[in-house]
Write a protein that binds this ligand. Structure first.
Ligand code: SLL
Length: 251
């Protein structure tokens, strides 16, 4: 879309907004996840694919609609979700039997003058993980999540859009705070780039997780430094051995 002439970009500015996308799948079973009537006999799982704010923060003021492109074996594989209240999730619920790649296309609010952007996500139905323990944990939980944290960057946004991105949520359009267990305040409907301080079940993208990851990264960096030192010492030793083998240098 060509920008109108009166539109100016806010130079030197980058605005980012966190969001999450992914899938959650559950195996059908009579007690906790019975097959809805009319579900084809070969369907083994129910699943949801979604795009939403971290901890239900509103993203609808920058993300206008989301198109999910499902596998062709599914009726009406192109699903456009464009009617989501502030703080709600763009999502599709389905049932099926197989894993496949979902194409997720984000459409931005018209004021952004941004072109849609495409993400790809592999729908996971079966427990997975790097270790058997991780897989077993997922099996016990009865749910297979595959969720990704992402940050949407708006580089030098147009002035109108910058206004929208940075103004407080309009009254009556979400903007209410939600006090969670443990006294944590979440940001339903709030226009924010902040993520929650701590984790709660089902929402593990927080400063707590970020700090744990930082500790891990620092530990790994320290290990790498140690390996570099050891390698250096080894090189010095090998060079000395080589010099000894060569004997005194003849001139
Ligand atoms: C596979 N490449 O062969 C994948 C394809 C297709 C998944 C998986 C059907 C749903 C429906 C369904 O689950 N398709 O019939 O509505 O494993």
């Amino acid at each position: 879309m060509a920008p109108p002439n009166n539109q100016k970009r806010v130079k030197g500015t980058q605005v980012y907004r966190p969001f999450v996308y992914g899938t959650i799948a559950r195996l059908f079973n009579d007690e906790t996840n019975p097959k809805p009537p009319g579900t084809p006999a070969d369907h083994t799982h129910s699943w949801t694919v979604f795009v939403k704010g971290v901890d239900d923060a509103d993203i609808t003021y920058w993300c206008k609609k989301v198109q999910f492109k499902l596998h062709e074996s599914i009726p009406n594989p192109l699903r456009m979700i464009d009617d989501v209240p502030p703080g709600g999730a763009f999502e599709v619920h389905e049932t099926g039997w197989g894993e496949f790649e979902i194409t997720i296309k984000l459409y931005y609010v018209p004021e952004s003058l941004e072109k849609p952007q495409t993400l790809y996500h592999h729908l996971r139905l079966h427990p997975y993980g790097e270790t058997e323990e991780e897989k077993e944990k997922m099996k016990q939980r009865g749910e297979v999540p595959a969720v990704v944290y992402e940050e949407q960057l708006f580089n030098e946004p147009y002035e109108n859009f910058f206004e929208i991105l940075t103004s407080p949520a309009p009254p009556g359009k979400g903007g209410k705070t939600k006090v969670l267990k443990g006294g944590m305040v979440s940001s339903v409907g709030e226009r924010t780039a902040l993520i929650p301080l701590t984790n709660r079940p089902g929402s593990e993208f927080s400063l707590e997780t970020e700090n744990l990851l930082l500790v891990e990264i620092r530990r790994a960096a320290a290990d790498v430094m140690k390996m570099i030192e050891e390698t250096k010492e080894d090189v010095v030793k090998k060079e000395a051995e080589l010099a000894a083998l060569r004997g005194p240098i003849q001139t």
